[in-house]
Design a protein around this ligand. Structure first.
Ligand code: SF4
Ligand code: SF4
Length: 456
């Protein structure tokens, strides 16, 4: 059978799925959790607590402060030790709250996570939920896109007036090398995922859903196909060709529906709503168990790591604890990356907290972390061939390098999805994506400033 995929560009990096057959291991709760109020795209959540207040695991600690924002909950029980500025793993300064658990809090929380969660709503009660009730549950639980984009899920389920979707696409592609957290989740919780997909379908008011999975996960494809067929015939599991970046929203929509999302438009313009598979699972947990988003599955991996694996981690846990759980940092470590090797960013602070958008930690040895020497551009066009957005990466990188922002905007720099395919394909090892990222931040700021100017 010919597998579907997107048509423009794409590359084939080594998959390196070292943890593909690793079951999910629950990680010990931290004694101290640092929780940023900005863990999502949009306005930071507004703090509801003050120093000295006590909270229980799962309590709301900061509320969404606008339409594009998300609630934040406490991942542990304890006392608010401080509310101040902290540094995220990517190096951004942001407002945070620090919760410290007493021995009694820690013991009680640890005991509660080791017993099966109480069902709040059974299948019949889930079935009876209205679209509005599902959207409200998603909002209350602080659910955001768990594929990395962290866009508030409620917003995606509330399309602009006049725009409707006819298909929900569940992104279970996991095309980023090394990462297997979604794969592990599909093997562990297929029934719960299908239940979450059904709720998302109802909330999005669509009668068709496709769960798209790259063909390198045949066990997950077989399992979900079987479970979906038994529960809901409107849900199709679609294997896709292994090609990076198959999980990019526009590439995924094209592969599944054959439709093109217009330049600069949202997926809904092509009649599609895309949600990550872990987001569907989080929706089930929120609706069926009454659990807000306070933990997630993360792949901790690397060629020299002693115990690479897929771990269920409480948000707010220091990243250093995850690495210790995976056997400690290997001696010749050259780089620690948040996410995968293609789209991830080097970590500047190992004591930074786990956040909603963290899907993986990749520890690379020195020899793999070093960048090859940059050579002059030989005009080979490999970066153009690789670009899935149809851009001319060498050109927009050069325009950005020479601060020619208006020209970079005219060459559609903002359409770049930062997939890194151009840098990967370049035989001269040019830092194409670095320059494009720089240009995107400057051009993006100029566009936002223009939008705020009153019309003349
Ligand atoms: S990083 Fe941007 S310019 Fe480079 S291949 Fe991806 S979309 Fe194209
Ligand atoms: S792939 Fe590298 S060398 Fe080839 S055109 Fe692009 S930037 Fe130049």
């Amino acid at each position: 059978m010919k597998l579907r995929t997107f048509t423009i560009g794409g590359i084939h990096p080594a998959e390196n799925k070292l943890t593909a057959s690793s079951p999910i291991i629950g990680m010990e709760l931290p004694r101290e959790a640092v929780i940023p109020f900005a863990q999502h795209i949009g306005a930071p959540a507004a703090c509801l607590l003050k120093k000295g207040d006590t909270v229980r695991r799962g309590d709301l600690i900061a509320s969404a402060s606008g339409f594009v924002s998300a609630n934040v909950h406490s991942p542990i029980s304890g006392t608010v030790a401080k509310i101040d500025k902290g540094t995220t793993a990517a190096g951004y300064r942001t407002d945070t709250i620090t919760i410290v658990a007493s021995d009694a809090d820690h013991e009680a929380d640890s005991a509660s996570v080791s017993i099966p969660a109480q069902i709040l709503r059974n299948e019949a009660q889930l079935e009876a939920l209205t679209p509005e009730e599902i959207v409200a549950i998603v909002h209350e639980a602080g659910i955001v896109g768990l594929g990395g984009a962290t866009f508030p899920t409620k917003v995606k389920l509330s399309p602009p007036p006049g725009m409707t979707a006819d298909i929900l696409i569940i992104n279970a592609v996991e095309c980023e090398p090394f990462l297997t957290n979604d794969h592990a989740l599909m093997l562990e919780a297929p029934t719960e995922i299908i239940s979450g997909v059904r709720m998302l379908m109802k909330a999005a008011k669509v009668d068709k859903a496709v769960i798209a999975i790259e063909a390198n996960k045949p066990d997950a494809i077989a399992l979900l196909t079987d479970v979906a067929a038994k529960i809901d015939g409107r849900i199709e599991v679609m294997p896709l060709k292994v090609k990076y970046p198959q999980g990019g929203e526009k590439q995924l929509i094209e592969a599944v529906t054959g439709r093109e999302v217009p330049s600069g438009a949202l997926p809904i313009a092509a009649g599609a709503i895309v949600q990550n598979v872990a987001t569907a699972y989080a929706v089930w947990r929120a609706a069926a168990l009454g659990e807000p988003l306070i933990d997630r599955v993360i792949t901790v991996t690397g060629p020299e790591l002693r115990k690479p694996g897929n771990y269920r981690v409480a948000l707010g846990t220091p990243l250093r604890m995850l690495i210790e759980m995976a056997g400690g940092i290997p001696e010749n470590t050259g780089k620690v990356i948040l996410g995968g090797p293609m789209m991830g960013k080097a970590i500047v602070k190992l004591d930074a907290p786990t956040m909603k958008g963290v899907s993986g930690l990749l520890i690379l040895p020195m020899e793999q972390a070093r960048r090859p020497k940059t050579e002059p551009c030989i005009r080979c066009g490999e970066c153009v061939t690789a670009c899935p957005m149809g851009l001319e990466p060498y050109l927009i990188a050069t325009l950005s390098r020479f601060s020619r922002w208006e020209d970079a905007e005219a060459e559609k720099i903002m359409n770049c999805i930062e997939c890194g395919s151009c840098s990967f394909a370049c035989p001269s090892s040019r830092p194409i994506l670095d320059f494009i990222r720089l240009g995107k931040s400057t051009v993006g700021a100029a566009i936002r400033a223009r939008a705020q100017q009153p019309n003349k």
